[in-house]
Design a protein around this ligand. Sequence first.
Ligand code: AMP
Ligand code: MN
Ligand code: MN
Ligand code: MN
Length: 294
Amino acid sequence: MEKQYIPIDLHCHSTHSDGSLSIREVLTLAKTNGAVYQAITDHDTVEGIAEARQTAKELGLNLIPGVEISVTWHNNTLVHIVGLGVDETNQVLVSELAKLRASRIERGKRIGDNLAKIGIPGAFAGALSLCDHPEALSRTHFSQWLVQEGHAKPGKAFEKYLAPGRPGYTAQTWASLENAVKWITESGGVAIIAHPGRYKFTRTKLIKLIEEFKSFGGSGIEVISSSHSIQDEANIAAICRLTGLVASVGSDFHQEESYRKIRPGRNKMLPLGTNPVFPLIGIEPNYYTFESQS
Ligand code: AMP
Ligand code: MN
Ligand code: MN
Ligand code: MN
């Protein structure tokens, strides 16, 4: 039987962070794929949202204004928190995100220095040349440059150079969990733990994260994500029921050729019994149904 999809996508990137399509290109692709509600959630920025609002209007799409904030949890654990329905003009949100973005340039220099030490010069300038917006500089751009220059096979630059413990890696302190949730909720948004399946936490550690996240005002977690296996979806759905978090869905789309398989603009239905984030961000019930148990 053909898989059933809902025309809702609550996690997606553009060239304002490490996606390779512009706001117009990615929204057009989402629309082609049938999207009715499409979020833009670039890393540590809301700079693309004004353009996204205008473009979505032209295309007849409902834009969900969003952000994906990089968080350092308990000194050294990287977690991503998605904000949905944020006000992109909120002064605290805008100024705090600007600080995180500036730190990307400083980190990029350190990554470049580390790669130079192992005989790969020019990585900082090279990665920067692949960015439309310099402050978006991401490990993704380093990965693209390393592949382009023949230092790594496609899809292998992270494990060879950029992941923790690899020679190009450098530690970075991002936002605190408390601040990320606060900036999102105080700008009118709903905070969501992104792609929990990617963290490879034990169940105990994930529940600890969720309890802290809830205590700061966080609301939801991604159940459907391109990073998740069917087993991850079932596990996270059960954790939603246990902890009372609402469930979200997101392609986490970055580029056409990618290790991620979900196209932008639509997602699988949520498992029956999960409480969706949809009503909290103004999504009308006639656009979603749940996966049946049969
Ligand atoms: P940054 O925020 O600059 O540290 O870059 C993190 C980004 O790199 C994530 O948002 C992903 O898009 C991408 N990424 C992380 N791990 C991998 C991986 N193993 N392979 C490919 N892309 C990855
Ligand atoms: Mn990314
Ligand atoms: Mn992420
Ligand atoms: Mn993402």
